[in-house]
Design a protein around this ligand. Structure first.
Ligand code: TYM
Length: 329
């Protein structure tokens, strides 16, 4: 039985759910760090559309969001000739592996899943997709022999479950061999980017700074971030949402901001303007690319289809190994 595919470089993989337009938390927590890995890793980045189905019940919204996320990745610098870039739903092997992995996890572990528990706590009646969400996510990761998964801290539990499922599979069917690669989460500095209300920035909470808002709207939103109300002359403590966002985006701008705030004579309005300028300097060139990419859906489809072809090559190799190990063929 051959071990997991050995490519020359380790593999980095991550996915984004097309549930709304991507925000600054997605960018700082996952997109920017993931793109930074492309020089040293074999990269597999994808759009987790079947995960979005747990929440998105509108065909047009789903269709639109998939293109929004695709154009975002590309505008941020993803090179589709160097990265395997695809839609989750174009690789049906993932569902076969999800079934296999579901047989490696106890229902009690899934009952402790954050999203499932939160839905129950809110009095909702979560669908079984929400319950099984971590299994499909584990399959996404394991299918491509992933070594590292750049994500925000909110995905840590999913990675722990993935590791459990892969380890259990190896224990039961691999006789000590690593038939399935056990991945590591890669949680960077921007673990939990705060949203406009100080809570974790999240699509469902509506507290996000959408990455490609027009410049005017971006500035207006930043100016509304709640800060201290000390008089201009007073020295101020560099803390709170605005300062934290600046620190995560551009540490050097934050260092200067901290100095000025402590010295006094520099108001929160100035700090907002400085944050806006730093953010806009990073986003403006991407925003322009985004508009052009987003306007050409057939080109996005072609790129994703090509990526899916490449993704399926590795997916089929993994499934051959898995089927053989479990005695299906
Ligand atoms: P999603 O679409 O909710 O978020 C995409 C990525 O953005 C990160 N993120 C954040 N990071 C820091 N601070 C925040 N406020 C913040 N908000 C979001 C998330 O941690 C994530 O990395 N389950 C995944 C999608 C997925 C996936 C996968 C990811 C499906 N299969 C396999 C990795 C590997 C999700 O809901 O991401």
């Amino acid at each position: 039985m051959p071990p997991a595919a050995m490519t020359e470089r380790p593999t980095s993989l991550t996915g984004i759910k097309p549930t709304n337009e991507p925000h600054l938390g997605n960018y700082l927590g996952a997109i920017r760090p993931a793109l930074g890995l492309s020089a040293t890793y074999d990269t597999f980045y994808f759009i987790a559309d079947y995960h979005a189905l747990t929440m998105v019940r509108d065909r047009e919204a789903m269709r639109k969001s998939v293109y929004d996320v695709a154009a975002t990745w590309l505008a941020c610098g993803l090179d589709p000739s160097a990265t395997t870039f695809f839609r989750q739903s174009d690789v049906p092997e993932v569902f076969e592996l999800a079934w296999v992995l579901s047989c490696m996890v106890a229902t009690g572990q899934l009952e402790r899943g954050h999203s499932y528990k939160d839905a129950l706590a809110k009095g909702e009646a979560p669908n079984a997709g929400i319950f099984n969400y971590p299994v499909l996510m584990a399959a996404d990761i394991v299918l491509y022999d992933t070594n590292v998964v750049p994500v925000g801290k909110d995905q840590k539990q999913h990675l722990e479950l993935t590791r459990d499922m892969a380890t259990r599979f190896n224990h039961l069917f691999g006789a000590g061999e690593e038939l399935l690669v056990v991945p590591e989460p890669l949680i960077g500095e921007a673990q939990l980017v705060p949203g406009l209300d100080g809570h974790k920035m999240s699509k469902s909470r509506g507290n996000g700074i959408v990455l490609f808002w027009p410049q005017k709207k971006l500035r207006k939103t930043i100016m509304k971030i709640v800060t201290g109300s000390e008089p201009l002359e007073a020295p101020k403590e560099p803390a709170g949402t605005l300062f934290e966002l600046t620190r995560l985006l551009t540490p050097h701008v934050a260092d200067e901001m901290a100095e000025r705030l402590r010295a006094g004579g520099y108001g929160w309005g100035h700090a907002k303007q400085d944050f806006f300028e730093a953010l806009d300097a990073e986003l403006a060139p991407m925003r322009e690319r985004y508009e052009a990419l987003r306007a050409d859906e057939p080109a996005l489809d072609a790129m994703l289809a090509e990526g899916a072809e490449r993704a399926r090559v590795r997916a089929r190799q993994t499934m051959t190994r898995v089927r053989h190990a479990i005695g299906m063929r």
